[in-house]
Design a protein around this ligand. Structure first.
Ligand SMILES: [Zn+2]
Length: 331
């Protein structure tokens, strides 16, 4: 199993990449203190600059190092939009596989994915977790300005091997919606493996990502992401609500239990498998204690405190479209 740096939980694939791990606790604490001093000193200089009408450069265009993005990635705690009662635009992106050997509707190359992350940083987007959105709608906390949410469906191991290191590199949050049975077996037990010969993430990998503070795990069913008999988490024709609820209870709560026991996180939201849902889905999910659901309907969410979180729109991110053209869909 991959090692993860116990100091920073970053670079789990090559512990030699983490300077902190080699320097030891004393050096880390020294570094931290230096960083705090530098920030205070920078504030002092900034004050002086404004006093003397200097204009420190704020441009981040052309930045080629992660540290160059620090200005854009500074979290903005208070949303001016929410204060004025105006609705907040929240685009949500839906990724699946991040790998270089294939392209397609649900497969994006690592380079394209990195371009997306650079675009997010350069354009001042602030990635949020789904739990932050739930908190905001339930009256706890604010959203940052220009929020965006990155989601990954299905739990492909490429999310861990290819996407996660880039999330760490650019300090970007993401929500990963995993299928319990595929996570448990590290494998998708059906013929669909053929075009994507990659296994699925295991619990240890999910735990590593969760500990990084950059990944939130949500529910994509235990074993309803398959054909035959039912379209995902949608009610069957002629099925009573009670029977439907029992099916969802047996499946979704089983996935939640597995993740609670093995990863230490309990999902509060569901990404509907195949994006399939019905009028009864929200009622059933609410009764099971879930707070939100992700659809595959491509629209920007207009968030206020009364927003229906069980109808969250998302944009699938396919190959074959540039980062700029893809993000233009949000305007
Ligand atoms: Zn899926």
């Amino acid at each position: 199993m991959s090692k993860v740096c116990t100091n920073c939980f970053k670079y789990p694939f090559d512990i030699r990449g983490c300077g902190k791990a080699r320097m030891g606790g004393f050096a880390v604490s020294l570094l931290f203190k230096s960083a705090v001093f530098s920030v205070l000193f920078a504030f002092f200089l900034g004050g002086l600059a404004s006093l003397f009408s200097l204009s420190p450069s704020k441009s981040i265009i052309g930045a080629d190092k992660v540290s160059d993005f620090s200005a854009a990635s500074a979290p903005v705690v208070q949303s001016t939009q929410s204060q004025s009662g105006q609705k907040i635009d929240l685009p949500i992106i839906m990724y699946h596989f991040i790998l270089n050997k294939k392209t397609g509707k649900y497969v994006l190359s690592t380079d394209c994915f990195e371009n997306d992350l650079i675009f997010i940083k350069k354009n001042g987007y602030n990635p949020i977790f789904l739990s932050q959105l739930i908190d905001f709608c339930e009256g706890r906390g604010e959203l940052p300005n220009k929020p965006i949410m990155l989601t990954f469906d299905d739990g492909s191991v490429t999310n861990y091997t290819n996407a996660f290191p880039l999330l760490v590199k650019y300090d970007i949050k993401a929500v990963m919606c995993v299928v319990g049975a595929w996570t448990e077996n590290n494998y998708k037990p059906c013929g669909n493996l053929k075009p994507y010969p990659t296994p699925y993430m295991n619990f240890g990998q999910l735990e590593n990502m969760t500990k990084s503070g950059l990944v939130e795990i949500q529910n994509h069913s235990f074993d309803l992401h398959k054909g035959g008999g039912r379209n995902g988490t949608k009610i069957n024709g002629g099925e009573s609500f009670e029977d439907y609820l029992a099916v969802l209870q047996g499946d979704l709560l089983k996935a939640n239990d597995l993740l609670t026991k093995n990863v230490g996180v309990t999902p509060t939201a569901v990404a509907y498998p195949f994006g399939a849902y019905c009028k009864m889905s929200e009622r059933a999910l609410r009764q099971l204690g879930f707070k939100a659901a992700l659809t595959c309907n491509e629209r920007v969410n207009k968030i206020d405190k009364d927003f229906n979180l069980f109808n969250l729109g998302r944009f699938n991110r396919p190959s074959g479209i540039s980062t700029e053209d893809f993000f233009a869909k949000f305007n």
